[in-house]
Design a protein around this ligand. Structure first.
Ligand SMILES: CC(C)(COP(=O)(O)OP(=O)(O)OC[C@H]1O[C@@H](n2cnc3c(N)ncnc32)[C@H](O)[C@@H]1OP(=O)(O)O)[C@@H](O)C(=O)NCCC(=O)NCCS
Length: 196
């Protein structure tokens, strides 16, 4: 698995009000619906050795603090009619917004749509969402060998903050990453010592 936390743990919903969708150049975002499940599962199975199941995605759709957003190619010139249907799904991101933390649980882009900025756009969506709700931190975990995802997260300001040894199997460590949204003001040690 990739940037996955255990989706079956259920902390209480504390923060709400994040936008359900947002726009980005070349992509249109919308909340995942059950009708999107086949396309999402297809991408999921092409992306991970241990893909999420149908039941896991359906479970996420029912959790109030969980959001899964799909990204579609956006062609304003196209006449999208009921007959032609919506544009194909290029990728998706699943995250939890709990308290002051936005936790990314799943992210994938269709193999044929990679290297065109969709992954960056989906993470940027989560960053904007975190900003909008005043989240303190965004967290995720990623397999050490996943060079593409690690490069993407580093580029967008995530820093490594821990390791879970052999989390994905023998020799496959999980790297814990976080991006602070509102870094705490530096502590004035001299003042602290003087205050005692
Ligand atoms: C990781 C993933 C989501 C990236 O999606 P993407 O749409 O291809 O990524 P982008 O085109 O937005 O790339 C953004 C940046 O990520 C990094 N990156 C993406 N693919 C990379 C690769 N194959 N090797 C190294 N860096 C890569 C680069 O820094 C890139 O910036 P650049 O284009 O300026 O070089 C995609 O490869 C994927 O779905 N992988 C399988 C599932 C997965 O691993 N999910 C993450 C689990 S934690």
């Amino acid at each position: 698995m990739g940037c996955r936390a255990d989706p079956l743990v259920s902390p209480p919903p504390l923060a709400t009000g994040a936008p359900a969708s947002a726009g980005a150049a070349g992509l249109a975002f919308s909340p995942m619906r059950e009708e999107d499940l086949e396309a999402v599962l297809d991408i999921e199975r092409r992306s991970f050795a241990e893909p999420w199941s149908r039941g896991m995605f359906l479970h996420e759709l029912k959790i109030p603090f969980s959001k899964t957003t799909v990204a579609r190619a956006c062609n304003p010139a196209a006449d999208v009619t009921a007959a032609s249907g919506p544009a194909p799904i290029m990728g998706y991101i699943c995250r939890w917004l709990v308290g002051d933390e936005l936790q990314i649980l799943n992210l994938a882009v269709h193999p044929e749509a990679r290297h065109r900025g969709a992954g960056r756009a989906l993470i940027t969506l989560a960053l904007r969402e975190a900003e909008a709700v005043g989240a303190r931190v965004i967290t995720l975990e990623v397999q050490r060998q996943n060079a593409a995802a690690l490069a993407l997260y580093h580029e967008l300001g995530f820093r490594e903050c821990g390791v879970r040894r052999h989390y994905y199997g023998r020799g496959a460590d999980a790297v814990l990453m976080q991006r602070l949204m509102h870094p705490a003001a530096p502590v004035d040690v001299d003042n602290l010592e003087g205050a005692g």
